[in-house]
Write a protein that binds this ligand. Structure first.
Ligand SMILES: [Zn+2]
Length: 251
């Protein structure tokens, strides 16, 4: 099958689906300047993963914060949604996508205009107080002087992301797996399928008979056992073509 034929086939699947969802990972944000954790050029090639263990953070949040800022927040300030994020938002707007489930913590799906977004690993754009459990949107408070502190009680804030050693947050986890169990098509974008338990999500969808469309730069853990239709290449170009094929306008 040619690339064009695969795009046309993916469009046909989405058009005829009763309820389609997307499942995204780091690969969709690479073209927004957010580096992935894994793989060549991944952050773990340069950094010690123990930095993101919850025990390390809780032991000394003041020491951890400059690292978190350098690792995440400096890039986040400059990052904008790319055509892949915008194509998914356009699909939702056209009634062709019921939800986006993402493993990313960058908030770029919401920034692109997606409305139903289940963030399985939380979001850097929300901060929570370690002392009193107050929560703040990053946009409202900024980080200020590090470590950021709670304006209610003065306690140290944490990013509401899932650290190593923590479970997936609710209601995102339940909502995401319920969406997967109820869908009949799933668009898997930019994820290698290695981060458990989030990686189980497409399996849940496929178990219920959903058609699996995969968009990745290389075959993943899903491709051989699960994927019905594989679109190989960068997400921004492929999803922009998919949106164009569905007459959703330029993204
Ligand atoms: Zn507080």
């Amino acid at each position: 099958m040619t690339d064009d034929a695969r795009i046309a086939e993916a469009a046909a699947v989405l058009r005829s689906a009763r309820r389609a969802i997307a499942f995204t990972g780091a690969g969709i944000s690479v073209e927004s300047g957010i580096p992935p954790f894994r793989g060549v050029d991944g952050l773990w090639e340069r950094l010690d993963p123990s930095l993101l263990e919850i025990a390390t953070f809780r032991r000394d949040p003041a020491a951890a914060w400059p690292l978190l800022a350098a690792l995440f927040y400096d890039r986040l300030a400059a990052a904008e949604p790319n055509p892949a994020h915008r194509a998914l938002a356009a699909l939702e707007g056209a009634g062709l996508l019921a939800a986006v489930v993402t493993q990313n913590v960058d908030g770029l799906h919401r920034a692109a205009g997606s409305r139903v977004v289940h963030e399985l690993h939380g979001s850097l754009r929300r901060l929570g107080c370690l002392a009193c459990a107050a929560r703040f949107p990053l946009a409202a408070t900024g980080l200020g002087e590090l470590p950021p502190t709670c304006r209610m009680c003065g306690g140290v804030l944490r990013p509401e992301i899932v650290f190593f050693g923590e479970g997936l947050p609710e209601p995102a986890r339940s909502d995401a797996f319920a969406a997967a169990a109820a869908c009949d098509a799933i668009l898997v974008v930019g994820t290698s399928g290695e981060v458990m338990p989030a990686a189980l999500l497409p399996w849940t969808a496929a178990d219920r008979g959903a058609t699996v469309i995969e968009v990745n730069t290389a075959p993943s853990a899903y491709t051989e056992p699960l994927t019905d239709l594989f679109l190989e290449g960068p997400a921004a170009a492929l999803l922009a073509r998919l949106a164009a094929h569905l007459d959703l306008g330029p993204v």
